[in-house]
Structure formats: structure tokens, C-alpha cells
Design a protein around this ligand. Structure first.
Ligand code: CTP
Length: 401
């Protein structure tokens, strides 16, 4: 996965620079073309000549040291790279890139590149935990940069904790895994519904449910991360989508969700209905606020359309997955929905279990495919659960071929 790739290694100044030597050597041995940019402080720890010998390429340290008059080095390097890897990444380079500062060769090239960027931080445990560093890393993550988390252990500054540059082998493995995952759904169109629906009764009142939209949004983010073109049809939720490539369509009612899902369904390859759709809506919707009267108020409710069922009836080549929110006999009820709605898979969650279900940041699910193969996903963050679900879908789609 790295053989034949152009890898631009950014080395910033910290004691872990020595590990970047081993990293350069291993990448070169695995057939990658490696070019190195060092910051001025990195060159104080290890001389550029070491990286030149290991990479068999000139090392760049100065934006104005133009080695070839026909080219502008930082633009040329930025365009040349398939992958940019910063290891070790200090708090300083992370801060510069996240704030658009370009005052040396490495930070300038970082602004110019369109390649996949991996950042392997290394710093003191307190520096790593500082809100400024955390905020900068979060910003970069939102822009699509990938972090290779530092390990725990003895740090050169004498502290023991998180901040140690990950080992070269692990950095290469993380890059390879990510490069593989990145393309899992490339060329595929994924349609996802998320959140609750809201069924109005008058201008100030409505019926809804406890769905937060977190699971559906996590699925949309996972699909986009794995290279899919994603459309997210979201019911009312305050939650933001961090991946700006996701096409988000906001809806309020089950009827609106039905229309949007059917609009995008024919051109989609994978459709996942994670939304908690209202099964009933008030028969009458009042234009004005209802005034209270003596006695009770009985609201007559009528059935909404089952969106998933209708998609199952229309299905041609799409991989169609639904969710089942259950409080009793989850597997039995979930498997019935899989069959009745003509699905390829169903994700069953027992919403009465602690750590699973509405509003939580975590989930516990059972993924069941149409061959009745069960995969349990133990308690984990919704993001991790979403990535696992996407990988089960990828496996099942490949098995179907
Ligand atoms: N669903 C849908 N349209 C509806 C109701 C449900 O598309 N009107 C979808 C949900 O998005 C979910 C799946 O059907 O993917 C199962 O939803 P769930 O609420 O668990 O079950 P229901 O089908 O509504 O059945 P029941 O209320 O009997 O449990």
C-alpha cells in the first residue's frame, strides 16, 4: 500500500526526530519514494544529511533555498505528494497548520498540499492535554487531517504519560489501514436518514421521539471517511455534521423524509435508515394555537407511511439496511423487520440497555444480514459502531457478488 507512493515526510523539532529516521528507512525499504522537509529545530536534533542518506533524496529546510530554478519547491513538493506525513508533529506545527500560518518550508507546504495528511504528534503530556493543542487538533480533524495518536509511556522530559511518538511500524500500519479504508466505498453513493421526525399539531405543539440523530450522523461521517458520496436526510436535530462533503438535507415530518428518501433512492448504492420515524401523525393540523377547553382533548392520530418498507418494495440493486429500536425480544423483532421490509441487513439495538440507544454517545448493537448471520458490536462510541457497521456492509456487498 505504500510501495510506489510519493510520501512527503514533515519532521518537526522534538527529541522523537530520531524515530523519524527509522520511519524514513522503513518507508524507503517498502518501496515508497520519500522526500523529507525538516523544520529548523528538527535539524538541531538530527542533521538533514541523515535523512538525505536514508531517503536518497535532497532534504528541504528553507523555503527560499530553491534547488531547481524551473520549479517553486514548496508547491512542487505539495503537488508531488500522494501522502503527507508529519512525524514527529510538535504542538507548534499543529498550531501553525490549524491557524493557516505559513512561515517556514513545512508549514507553507502544508497549506499548499491537497494530499491525504497524517499527523503523528509527540510532546510533553501536559502540552498534549492543553486546551489550545486539543482545539487545534480538533480543527484539523474537522478539516479531514488524520491523527496517529501518541502512545503512553516514559517521555524524554521525565514525565510518564501520553505524548510519545508512535513507533515507526505502527505509524506505517495506521497509514496503510487508513489508505485501505479510505477507498472502501469510493465511487459509491450512500443515502442515510437520521434523527427523529416531528409531527405538528398546531403552530406551537408537535409529537416527536427521543432520537438525537447521533447514530445516523456517525454513519454518514463513517461512509464519507471511507470515500463514499453521502446524502444525509436529517430530521430535526441540533447536531452538526463535521465532514463538509456530506450533502445534508433537513426535513421535519415523516412525509418530507419519505419524499427526500425516494428522490435519492434510485441513484443510491447503499441506503441506511437510521431515523426514528413517527408511525403516527395528528389527523388534523390546526393553523392557530389550540386554546385549552374544559375537559380532555383527544387527538386523533393516523398512520404515516413506512418509508423503509416502501423502499424495500422498490429496491433494485441497492443494499438496503434498517434499524430496529426495541425494548423487548430485540433479535426476534429485528429479524422480523429484516424479512418484512425486504432488507439486506438490520441493525438491532435494545434501547432499554444502559449505554445503548437514544441520545447516548455510545451504542451496543447486533448487525444481522439477510443470511441471518449475526455480528455483535459491544459497547463503543457511536463513531466506532458506525465504522464497524459500514465494514459489515462492505463485506456483505462483496459476498453478494
Ligand atoms: N421506519 C420507516 N418509516 C416508518 C417507521 C419506521 O422508515 N414510518 C424505519 C426506521 O427508520 C427503521 C425501521 O423502519 O429503520 C424500524 O423502525 P422501528 O421504529 O424500530 O420499527 P417500526 O417499523 O416502526 O415497527 P414497530 O413500531 O412495530 O416496532
Amino acid at each position: 500500500m505504500v510501495a510506489g507512493k510519493n510520501i512527503l515526510l514533515g519532521v518537526s523539532g522534538g527529541i522523537a526526530v530520531y524515530k523519524a529516521c527509522a520511519l524514513t528507512s522503513k518507508l524507503t525499504q517498502q518501496g515508497a519514494n520519500v522526500k523529507v522537509i525538516m523544520t529548523e529545530s528538527a535539524a538541531k536534533f538530527v542533521p538533514p544529511l541523515t535523512f538525505q542518506a536514508l531517503s536518497r533524496n535532497p532534504v528541504y529546510t528553507d523555503t527560499f533555498d530553491e534547488k531547481d530554478p524551473a520549479k517553486i519547491a514548496h508547491i512542487d513538493l505539495a503537488d508531488w505528494a500522494d501522502i503527507v506525513l508529519i512525524a514527529p508533529a510538535t504542538a507548534n506545527i499543529i498550531g501553525k497548520v490549524s491557524n493557516g500560518i505559513a512561515d517556514d518550508m513545512l508549514s507553507t507546504t502544508m497549506l499548499a498540499t491537497q494530499a491525504d495528511v497524517y499527523i503523528a504528534p509527540a510532546m510533553n503530556v501536559h502540552m498534549y492535554a492543553h486546551p489550545a493543542v486539543m482545539k487545534n487538533m480538533k480543527q484539523l480533524e474537522e478539516w479531514g487531517y488524520h491523527f496517529i495518536e501518541p502512545g503512553d509511556g516514559y517521555l524524554a522530559c521525565g514525565y510518564v504519560g501520553k505524548g510519545r511518538l508512535e513507533e515507526p511500524e505502527s505509524i506505517i500500519k495506521a497509514v496503510k489501514n487508513h489508505q485501505y479504508d479510505n477507498k472502501l466505498f469510493s465511487g459509491k453513493k450512500v443515502l442515510i436518514s437520521a434523527g427523529p421526525t416531528r409531527e405538528q399539531i398546531d403552530p406551537v405543539r408537535f409529537f416527536t421521539n427521543r432520537s438525537s440523530g447521533k447514530m445516523g450522523i456517525a454513519l454518514a461521517e463513517a461512509a464519507a471517511k471511507f470515500g463514499a458520496e453521502v446524502t444525509l436526510v436529517a430530521g430535526p436535530t441540533e447536531l452538526e455534521v463535521s465532514n463538509k462533503r456530506i450533502n445534508r438535507i433537513n426535513v421535519t415530518t415523516a412525509e418530507e423524509m419519505y419524499d427526500e428518501m425516494h428522490k435519492f433512492f434510485p441513484s443510491s448504492n447503499i441506503v441506511i435508515k437510521a431515523a426514528a420515524v413517527a408511525d403516527y401523525r395528528p389527523k388534523q393540523v390546526y393553523d392557530q394555537k389550540m386554546k385549552k377547553q374544559d375537559g380532555d382533548w383527544n387527538v386523533e392520530m393516523v398512520r404515516t407511511k413506512d418509508i423503509l418498507q416502501s423502499l424495500g418494495e422498490k429496491k433494485t440493486n441497492q443494499f438496503l439496511a434498517g434499524f430496529a429500536a426495541e425494548t423487548t425480544n430485540p433479535i426476534e423483532y429485528g429479524m422480523k423487520k429484516l424479512e418484512n421490509k425486504n432488507l439486506d441487513a438490520i441493525v438491532i439495538n435494545n434501547v432499554s440497555t444502559e449505554g445503548a440507544g437514544f441520545g447516548e454517545d455510545t451504542n451496543i448493537v447486533t448487525y444481522v444480514n439477510k443470511n441471518q448471520q449475526l455480528d455483535e458490536v459491544a459497547l463503543a462510541g457511536k463513531r466506532d459502531v458506525a465504522e464497524k457497521i459500514m465494514k459489515f456492509i462492505d463485506r456483505d456487498m462483496k459476498d453478494d457478488k
